[in-house]
Write a protein that binds this ligand. Structure first.
Ligand SMILES: N[C@@H](CCC(=O)N[C@@H](CS)C(=O)NCC(=O)O)C(=O)O
Length: 216
């Protein structure tokens, strides 16, 4: 099996990155430095014309989009527990995964990259402020899920939702939101980060979980 994951430190690619580590499957991690614009290099655009991470390369196949990457890995590595195997548990997990990816994640993009939505500097500030309020509410919805975790968001094994919850909560610090205020999600994120395999991904990305403390 030849798997290669293009990831950027601190980005949403942490989701497949940490899950690949957890799975124990061998893979080649390739770092893409977004702040240096490496995602817009000709070489990278040849791989993913959208200029984004993550990209999974499986043999000769290039796969983009977190949801597709996770479904691909889940089918390929069924023992990894990325998603519940079937039934309503799987349906509910996919529903939450889709929401994290299509709602919570893009709300953060409005905070982190407002220039994607308008070139008017004043309007960018308005967008950031508005999106930060929305983002706080969305983290509140994740908190309600985390409060019922058993002990992970999809049951007794860590999986895709836990990885995404950590990523989204961590981004809260960048948005001026104290992640420790979301006590159940914060505990979940710390628990996920402490898994030895996940710690390897965190080390490779040199991640700090609490960015709020460092930016406040
Ligand atoms: N819908 C995409 C979103 C990917 C995405 O937003 N990637 C961000 C990092 S979190 C990125 O590569 N941004 C760089 C850019 O847009 O220049 C997915 O699910 O993979």
């Amino acid at each position: 099996m030849s798997l290669k994951l293009y990831f950027a430190p601190g980005a949403c690619s942490f989701v497949p990155h940490s899950l690949l580590e957890l799975s124990g499957a061998g893979f080649e991690p390739v770092s893409v430095k977004l702040h240096k614009g490496e995602q817009r290099s000709a070489e990278y655009l040849a791989l993913n014309p959208r200029g984004q991470v993550p990209v999974l390369v499986d043999g000769g196949e290039v796969i983009t989009q977190i949801v597709a990457i996770l479904l691909h890995l889940d089918a390929k590595l069924p023992e990894a527990g990325i998603l519940p195997a079937g039934g309503m548990a799987r349906t509910r997990a996919l529903s939450t995964l889709a929401w994290m990816n299509n709602t919570v994640h893009p709300t953060f993009t409005h905070i982190f990259m407002p220039q994607k939505f308008t070139d008017d500097a004043a309007a960018q500030q308005v967008i950031q402020r508005f999106a930060a309020d929305s983002y706080r509410g969305l983290l509140g919805e994740i908190e309600a899920l985390a409060a019922n975790a058993e002990p992970w968001l999809t049951g007794d094994r860590p999986g895709a939702l836990d990885a995404y919850a950590l990523t989204l909560l961590r981004w809260g610090g960048i948005a001026g939101i104290d992640p420790t205020g979301f006590t159940a999600t914060w505990a979940l994120a710390q628990r996920y980060a402490a898994l030895p395999a996940v710690a390897k991904a965190i080390e490779r990305e040199r991640l700090q979980l609490n960015l709020y403390r460092h930016s406040a």
